[in-house]
Design a protein around this ligand. Structure first.
Ligand SMILES: [Ca+2]
Ligand SMILES: [Ca+2]
Ligand SMILES: [Ca+2]
Length: 130
């Protein structure tokens, strides 16, 4: 089932670049490496809570990482790690009702890999894929 999802995502997925045309009090622009070029955009809802974060991780001018938030927590991260314009890494974060992260799904569309991480009380986050 998961393999089918990965294959479908690989076939149809393209990055979601959202142009920064929005009221300035709902958009924060950040120059993370202080080279004078904006490389991070954070969109906020009316309450000021982040809804989407976009990052140019390798500072080449093109966004390559997208984070989608719900209740101020990222539930979905997407990444174009090789810069070909297609998303190739996807992280799904699952939260419990008390808002603690309880599970993470990682899909690597380049390596056709998927991993599932859960937090154990004694050892921290462990890969329970197998
Ligand atoms: Ca910069
Ligand atoms: Ca980039
Ligand atoms: Ca890619």
């Amino acid at each position: 089932m998961l393999l089918i999802i990965v294959l479908l995502l690989d076939k149809f997925y393209t990055p979601k670049w959202i142009p920064p045309q929005i009221d300035d009090n709902e958009l924060t622009k950040v120059d993370r490496n202080q080279d004078g070029e904006i490389d991070s955009w954070i969109y906020r809802n009316e309450e000021g809570i982040p809804s989407i974060g976009i990052i140019d991780q390798n500072y080449n001018g093109d966004p390559d990482s997208w984070a989608f938030f719900k209740n101020g927590k990222a539930f979905l991260d997407e990444e174009d790690s090789d810069g070909d314009g297609k998303i190739d890494k996807i992280f799904l974060h699952v939260f419990s009702e008390d808002k603690n992260k309880i599970r993470e799904f990682f899909f690597d569309l380049l390596d056709k890999k998927r991993n599932i991480f859960v937090e154990k009380e004694d050892t921290g986050w462990v890969d329970v894929t197998k």
